[in-house]
Design a protein around this ligand. Structure first.
Ligand code: COA
Length: 246
């Protein structure tokens, strides 16, 4: 595994590279590329630190579109196009890449995400007013496997500012009516994967995608953070999906 740095718009984007497989993992709110270590180790590919996260530089980001713009440039630079695995906010970015930068997307793996990602007002307000408590509340909601809660309460508390910014961006993201109106259909292979105990992006959000060309896989006994809670199961689903692409 190696760290690779790309210059995008004269600023640094940092990537964890495990192999040349053009599979790009996009993390969710307040996280970073290291979230995907278990996938990188077993499956290979590239995990990106989003702008303003991990070891990447600061960029002006106000929306999912802004993230997608930067990621499209990353993908073009690395391999021209690729398979996009996005989690939560990363899944919103994957959808936006497909909508606005179709030529970089060969296939989509939408993990614990949705066509609309409204956020509980209690979380948005709490991260500003009572960040410690709210970081714990978010971590409690994020994991069905409670062994991770202490570690992520701490991490989300340390990153409460960027977590808040990301969740505000999620709250504005809304493609629901465009899907319903038939304006969006998945014309590349697409699988939606979600934990059966996901409280932040419930199964029905992923189920929704099946009306528009996606296949659904529900991972049992997993919450929102399926890549950490059930890595073997998630990796198996991704492996099978990759096999079908050939
Ligand atoms: N895909 C499919 N359907 C969706 C959807 C999605 N992404 N988001 C909302 N909907 C549907 C709901 O199922 C509901 O349908 P119904 O009326 O048939 O039950 C309808 O749209 C209205 O949704 P609702 O959840 O009541 O309102 P909302 O979208 O305004 O959500 C919240 C407000 C914050 C209460 C709710 O989104 C929620 O509980 N979110 C989970 C917690 C959270 O903060 N997650 C963070 C995600 S990053």
């Amino acid at each position: 595994m190696e760290r690779v740095q790309l210059l995008i718009q004269n600023k640094k984007i940092s990537i964890l590279k495990a192999s040349d497989l053009p599979l790009f993992y996009i993390h969710g709110s307040g996280c970073d590329a290291t979230l995907w270590l278990k996938q990188l180790e077993e499956l290979g590919g590239f995990a990106v630190d989003l702008p303003n996260h991990g070891k990447s530089d600061e960029f002006k980001i106000e929306s999912v579109e802004d993230y997608a713009e930067i990621i499209s440039e990353v993908i073009k630079e690395v391999s021209g196009s690729g398979i996009i695995a996005g989690h939560s906010l990363g899944g919103a970015i994957a959808q936006m890449l497909y909508l606005k930068h179709k030529n970089v997307v060969r296939a989509l793996i939408l993990i614990g995400t949705g066509a609309r990602l409204r956020v509980l007002p209690k979380i948005l307000e709490g991260l500003e007013k009572t960040p410690l408590e709210t970081a714990r509340f978010v971590a409690e909601m994020a994991f069905a496997d409670k062994r991770f809660v202490d570690e992520f309460s701490k991490l989300f508390a340390e990153r409460s500012k960027i977590l808040h910014k990301d969740l505000k961006i999620c709250d504005k993201f809304d493609l629901l009516e465009d899907f319903k109106a038939g304006k969006i259909k998945f014309e590349v292979p697409t699988v939606a994967i979600v934990g059966d105990k996901d409280l932040l992006t419930p199964v029905k959000y992923s189920q929704f995608f099946t009306n528009y060309g996606a296949r659904l896989v529900v991972v049992e006994n997993a919450g929102h953070m399926v890549m950490l809670e059930k890595p073997e199961e998630l990796n198996k689903v991704i492996k099978n999906f990759l096999k079908e692409l050939h």
